[in-house]
Design a binder for this molecule. Structure first.
Ligand code: GLV
Ligand code: MN
Ligand code: MN
Length: 412
């Protein structure tokens, strides 16, 4: 009997709802930022789930969690599948959790049917995918794939001045897995299931997206410096108001962001005014631009244009523009995406080939092993929003395609 027959919609949904309790917000979403106590709750749930079922659980230096179901030949590299448990501050219940829970459901289904695979299967939850508490995003998968060294990320600080290394130490202690270190071996391949986070699948009424690659993205930090002064006494002509300059800059940047075909994605999602007192003229403003485009030439030239426009629009203040990160567009190697297409076809499920607008841990894994992603539709394409929603049925269809793909690859 095929593994897909044992994927249980209700068991998977229960798992998703259990995970959603950690960091639950009153508006129905989650605030489970990386290495927080809320995220630790979800980690501990995953670990307890694995131990109850006698799966091996290990971690590594950056706190990624690996739940392992042995194969018949454990000298072979494992098939790795999963996603992340951290969230945005006003995140939804499914971004990341869906891929972790669907992968856990596969292990439960394999046990239920007593199916042995040739290769081991490991379910992973990556540390700090979101990049909102600690920048950059995808730190856990990046360290795993060798894109960053562990030592280089430990001193990173969150907006409250807490070091990643300290938050990680607290999480490691709470996970109680210190002795269980995963050997640093390359996976055979990596497959990540995720909600689409955009509207295309829902609009086309297609249950599965086969991701062929990623658009590029960059983050640019703009720091405007003026001069603090008394709000009641400083005349307009002598003010150096950093907020007024920042608003001018953003107005000018709106023109840069205006592309006719609406492909460029331009966001200012963090904007800080200092000292943040109602009766002091703002002396400093820091804001961060997140910009994405599937064509590297366009992305590069827009990033350069942002720099020029920001410098030219600062008025009486000075401005510093820093490119924090730049990731060109990339495509997956064919091996895993072919297997996903074939699994969908074998299950009689239609699919849409698509480029991911969001970044994912799979971008990092693709550097070290064949990688692929499966998308499922989400309500109105909403994500990074507490109202983010999927149906139990859609979640089960995605898990069935994932399960078949994982088993096929684990038997190779
Ligand atoms: C990940 O959530 C991203 O910002 O693309
Ligand atoms: Mn995600
Ligand atoms: Mn996200």
């Amino acid at each position: 009997m095929g593994i897909e027959t044992a994927i249980s919609e209700s068991r998977l949904w229960t798992l998703l709802m259990e995970l959603a309790r950690y960091g639950a917000t009153p508006n129905g979403g989650v605030n489970r930022q990386a290495l927080s106590s809320a995220e630790l709750g979800a980690r501990r749930y995953m670990i307890a789930w694995a131990k109850e079922r006698n799966f091996g659980v290990t971690t590594d230096g950056i706190g990624n969690i690996f739940v392992r179901r042995n194969g018949t030949d454990n000298s072979l590299a494992p098939v790795l599948t999963g996603s992340h448990l951290d969230s945005q501050p006003t995140g939804g219940k499914f971004d990341g959790s869906y891929g972790v829970a669907a992968s856990m459901e596969i292990l439960a289904a394999l046990d239920e049917l007593g199916i042995s695979t040739r290769r081991p299967i490991e379910v992973v939850s990556w540390t700090n995918e979101e990049g909102c508490r600690f920048f950059p995003a995808c730190i856990g998968s990046g360290v795993f794939a060798g894109a960053f060294s562990l030592d280089s990320v430990l001193p990173l600080m969150d907006p409250d001045g807490i070091k990643l290394g300290d938050a990680l130490a607290a999480t490691m202690k709470g996970m109680d897995l210190d002795a269980a270190v995963r050997p640093a071996s390359k996976p055979h391949c990596y497959i990540e299931a995720h909600i689409e986070q955009g509207p295309l699948l829902e609009l086309a009424n297609i249950p599965i997206g086969v991701v062929t690659g990623f658009q590029g993205g960059c983050r640019i930090k703009v720091e405007v410096t003026g001069q603090e002064g008394h709000s009641g006494t400083t005349p307009r002509r002598t003010r150096k108001d950093a907020l007024f300059s920042a608003v001018e800059i953003i107005s000018a940047l709106k023109q840069v962001a205006q592309d006719q075909d609406d492909i460029l994605r331009f966001t200012v999602g963090r904007f800080e005014v200092f000292p943040g007192s109602p009766n002091t003229v703002p002396g400093r403003v820091v804001f961060v631009i997140d910009m994405r485009h599937p064509d590297n030439t366009v992305l590069r030239s827009k990033a350069d244009e942002v720099q020029q426009v920001a410098m030219a629009s600062a008025g009486s203040c000075s401005v510093d523009v820093m490119e924090m990160s730049y990731r060109p567009p990339s495509g997956f190697q064919p091996a895993v995406i072919d297997a996903i297409r074939q699994s969908a076809a074998a299950l009689g499920v239609t699919h849409l080939e698509m480029t991911s607008g969001a970044g994912h841990d799979a971008v990092q894994l693709d550097k070290i092993c064949p990688t692929g992603m499966i998308f499922i539709p989400c309500w109105r394409g909403l994500s990074h929003n507490e109202a983010e929603s999927i149906t139990p049925e859609a979640s089960a269809i995605g898990a069935r395609v994932l399960a078949r793909t994982v088993v096929v690859l684990a038997d190779r």
